[in-house]
Design a protein around this ligand. Structure first.
Ligand code: COA
Length: 340
């Protein structure tokens, strides 16, 4: 016989934290190298400014302060954390994980650590995993960080992507609860559509091309970047993701009228507004539009948007929020949570 463990009956988000890089980048600055205009970017994406990390400021440098803030706001010490999960697509070393380095940096060393790679769905995937770890008895307090430094993987001259992305980190501490705080997660992928958003070459292809160029005296290749079929993702997000969000509401048995906030992945204001329209959200539901001055920060977008609504007092503790993450993979996840 194997003896098994059972955890807390329920879990909930206890606190959030954020790290927004210092440098604010306007559309005018983006257009210094991009063939576009402030007006086009505002109308098509809703983005007015975004933040860029400083040279040498890594995803771990961004993750650590957000993590520390969340742990402190949860009334915990780093040593109380049992698991650190970092959702990121831009940790530029293959090992150790960004989670291990973040845990070491903040003094949560004994915790189990691992990264999660589902791009813009990273945070909502992480909420699902943390919830199951706590309810299954594998961890009591989970630190979840969504972080990306998109400036490393975006071509500033690419009209299809350069104006959209920004850098940042958002964190949440998730822990045991006497009452339900995280609804069932509706998740999955449309993996057949992975070519809608991908990196143009692998690091090994890049290395081999550089080697070849140096041997032959040819031109060195460009640094690998992401390429995106914007309109295709736009249609997928608007038409498919509202259905996923609806299923998350049904699974949690929550009506739109009971929501305090809608916090979707911050991809584009037009996508957010279309989804809100399709979900028929009543006027009192606060809709997160952090993308306007944060840009699309990939794994960081949902926790940053949540942290802002809480910090600015736009929502009150205990209110229900519908979260949905979607992006490269193509992958998606959604759930209803109780706000810290
Ligand atoms: N600046 C100025 N003009 C641009 C441009 C840019 N950066 N990019 C495209 N255009 C032009 C096109 O050439 C086209 O011109 P035409 O009508 O004369 O042919 C016109 O604008 C429309 O192009 P289109 O690509 O259809 O634009 P769009 O309205 O779909 O907007 C995105 C493009 C990328 C902003 C939009 O598709 C989007 O946000 N998609 C979602 C992507 C996303 O958020 N991904 C993140 C991962 S979750």
């Amino acid at each position: 016989m194997i003896s098994t463990r059972r955890g807390s009956e329920h879990a909930r988000i206890l606190a959030t934290g954020a790290r927004r890089p210092d440098r604010v980048v306007t559309n005018e600055e983006i257009c210094e190298v991009l063939d576009s205009s402030d007006e086009w970017i505002r109308t098509r994406t809703g983005i007015v400014t975004r933040r860029f990390a400083a040279p040498g400021e890594t995803v771990v440098d961004l993750a650590a302060p957000a993590a520390e803030q969340a742990v402190q706001r949860a009334g915990l010490a780093a040593g109380d954390i049992d698991a650190v999960i970092v959702a990121t697509s831009t940790h530029m070393v293959s090992m150790p994980s960004a989670a291990a380095l973040t845990a070491a940096r903040i003094g949560a060393g004994p915790a189990t650590t691992f990264d999660l790679s589902t791009a813009c769905a990273g945070f909502t995937h992480g909420v699902a995993v943390a919830n199951d770890l706590i309810r299954g008895g594998s961890a009591r307090h989970v630190l979840l960080v969504g972080v990306d430094r998109m400036t490393d993987v975006v071509d500033p001259t690419d009209r299809g992507s350069a104006m959209i992305f920004g850098d940042g980190a958002g964190a949440a501490v998730i822990g045991p609860s006497d009452t339900p705080g995280i609804g069932p997660t509706i998740w999955g992928s449309d993996a057949d559509q992975w070519e809608a958003l991908y990196q143009t070459a692998s690091w090994t292809e890049y290395r081999d091309q550089v080697g070849q160029a140096r041997r032959t005296g040819g031109e060195e290749p460009d640094w690998p970047v992401i390429t995106m079929m914007g309109p295709k993702i736009f249609r997928w997000a608007v038409w498919e993701m509202a259905g996923v969000a609806r299923k998350a509401l049904e699974a949690a048995e929550v009506d739109v009228a009971d929501l305090a906030a809608f916090i979707p992945h911050q991809a584009n204001v037009r996508i957010i507004d279309q989804m809100a329209k399709q979900l028929k959200l009543p006027d009192q539901v606060v809709i997160a539009r952090d993308v306007i001055d944060a840009g699309n920060t990939t794994g960081a977008s949902i926790p940053l948007a949540m942290d802002r609504l809480i910090s600015e007092g736009q929502v009150t503790s205990g209110g229900l929020a519908l979260l949905i993450g979607f992006g490269a993979g193509l992958s998606f996840s959604a759930q209803v949570v109780r706000l810290p």
